[in-house]
Design a protein around this ligand. Structure first.
Ligand code: UDP
Length: 451
């Protein structure tokens, strides 16, 4: 009997990296290979593996269980690299003496050193990019020096096969290079050792970013595989694939869905800033006023660490209009008929989820790639509006109220909804049988099987 090829998948342990890599793993497994998802210690406890799951899970230590003090991002990354480069080879060796010696490692693109580990132990490897193609292309230009740094205030930035970008549309690590120098280094270095890579996998789809994808594909063996979202929300070909299955925070499942069930179609604003972004108290207060003044229903994810920033009495005063939870099943929420718009930080997964479910957005980017995603949401895909900020960088209550009214009630909102529905169809088409992403995954598996 022919042995199944065995593919290992390792994400950096952040929610926005785990989710798409987990979904990609399920897609791979649906095409035949044996797939092992490697959860490092920080996330291993959160796996809700279902018995029917098509992939295997293994845990290795990333050293996080030994950390006592607060680490800087640089210390975190160094510790992760040092521990995982020790422990990943041990896992590979253990597998090598099992029935299923692994052949390939799909690694998070922010861990370029994983390619060296893989090759040293006889595996081939491919980076998986969890951000949009345009953002990766921008970092590539920064790496090559084709993007002139530092960026000049007021200038417009022209790069091949993308719209001209203002400084506020650029990823914040580049527009404010002093903000997170370690992370800037990390994202630019994603391209440091890819000359020999046979595949670059990216969570996007061809029609969404066609020009820049073609450009990237002219430089690299760049393949789109997304949107990496549970199949039930798209093509429905993977049985029982309804959720990602690995939450860093515990979601308030039933509360959200029961509450939404009592609301009319398109009447609720869903607000979430993802798993990492933190808002200032002043911004939180402006949002609370914007919500109150709009008089709309709202479901707001305020992570536990952010709760203390809510003004006193806000929850009591708005109990009739709103529900605040610390984490929710976002896909299920976005798919609910009651949701009229999504006020979002424009994290890449949230953006793809809203596009795939046909939900218009109010873009409030905070950092990282979110600014670039916001630009595309408003000006390219035309599925949302971006909150204008004042000289202090704050979206005021008046502006927020205006944006909510425009998307929920206004003519522009209707147009955004129509556009969103178009993207929803195209997202489904990409992952459905013979769609562009489906074909790329198929080709990947076929080539690995014959190599
Ligand atoms: N998410 C969730 N529940 C929430 C908020 C977010 O399950 O209450 C999920 C969301 O569906 C997405 C991920 O967390 O898949 C966040 O990723 P994204 O890239 O949007 O933002 P990040 O957290 O990386 O900033």
């Amino acid at each position: 009997m022919e042995r199944k090829i065995h593919i290992l998948v390792i994400p950096y342990p952040l929610q926005g990296h785990i989710n798409p890599m987990l979904q990609f793993s399920k897609r791979l497994a649906s095409k035949g290979p044996r797939v092992t998802f490697i959860a490092t210690s920080r996330i291993s406890k959160s796996i809700q593996a279902h018995e029917s799951t098509s992939i295997n899970f293994e845990t290795i230590s990333d050293g996080s269980e030994e950390v006592q003090d607060l680490e800087t991002s640089d210390e975190k990354l160094k510790r992760f690299k040092s521990k995982v480069s020790q422990n990943l080879p041990k896992l590979i060796e253990r597998f090598n003496s099992s029935k299923y010696p692994p052949k390939f490692l799909v690694y998070d693109s922010v861990l370029p050193w994983a390619l060296n580990v893989a090759r040293q132990y006889g595996l081939d490897g491919a980076p998986f990019f969890t951000q949009s193609c345009v953002v990766n292309a921008i970092y590539y230009h920064a790496h090559q020096g084709t993007l002139q740094m530092p960026l000049e205030e007021g200038s417009s930035i022209s790069l091949p096969s993308m719209p001209s970008l203002g400084i506020n549309d650029m990823p914040t690590f580049l527009s404010d290079t002093g903000s997170y120098p370690d992370v800037l280094n990390l994202v630019v270095n994603q391209f440091s050792n890819l000359q020999e890579a046979n595949w670059l996998l990216c969570n996007t789809f061809d029609k969404l970013e066609d020009e820049v994808i073609n450009w990237m594909a002219s430089q690299w063996p760049f393949k789109t595989i997304g949107p990496a979202i549970p199949s039930m929300y798209l093509d429905k070909r993977l049985k029982d694939d309804k959720e990602y299955g690995l939450n860093i925070f515990k979601p308030d499942m039933d509360i959200c869905m029961k509450w939404l069930d009592t609301k009319e179609i398109g009447s609720v604003v869903y607000i979430s800033f993802g798993s990492m972004a933190t808002l200032g108290e002043e911004q939180m207060e402006e949002i609370t006023w914007g919500l109150k003044n709009s008089n709309c229903y709202f479901l707001w994810v305020v992570r536990e660490s952010e709760e203390k920033k809510l003004p006193n009495n806000f929850l009591l005063e708005t109990a009739e209009k709103g529900l605040t939870v610390s984490w929710c099943p976002q896909l299920e929420v976005l798919a609910h008929k009651a949701i009229g718009c999504f006020m979002t930080h424009c994290g890449w997964n949230s953006t793809l989820e809203a596009l795939s479910l046909g939900v218009p957005m109010i873009a409030m980017p905070q950092w990282s790639d979110q600014t670039t995603n916001a630009k595309n949401i408003m000006d390219v895909w035309k599925v949302g509006i971006r909150v204008k900020v004042d000289e202090k960088g704050i979206g005021t209550k008046e502006e927020i109220e205006l944006c909510i009214r425009e998307v929920i009630e206004g003519e522009r909102g209707k147009e955004m909804k129509r556009n969103s529905m178009k993207w929803k169809e195209l997202a489904k088409e990409a992952v459905d049988e013979d769609g562009s992403s489906d074909k790329n995954i198929e080709e990947f598996v076929t080539k690995l099987s014959h190599s």
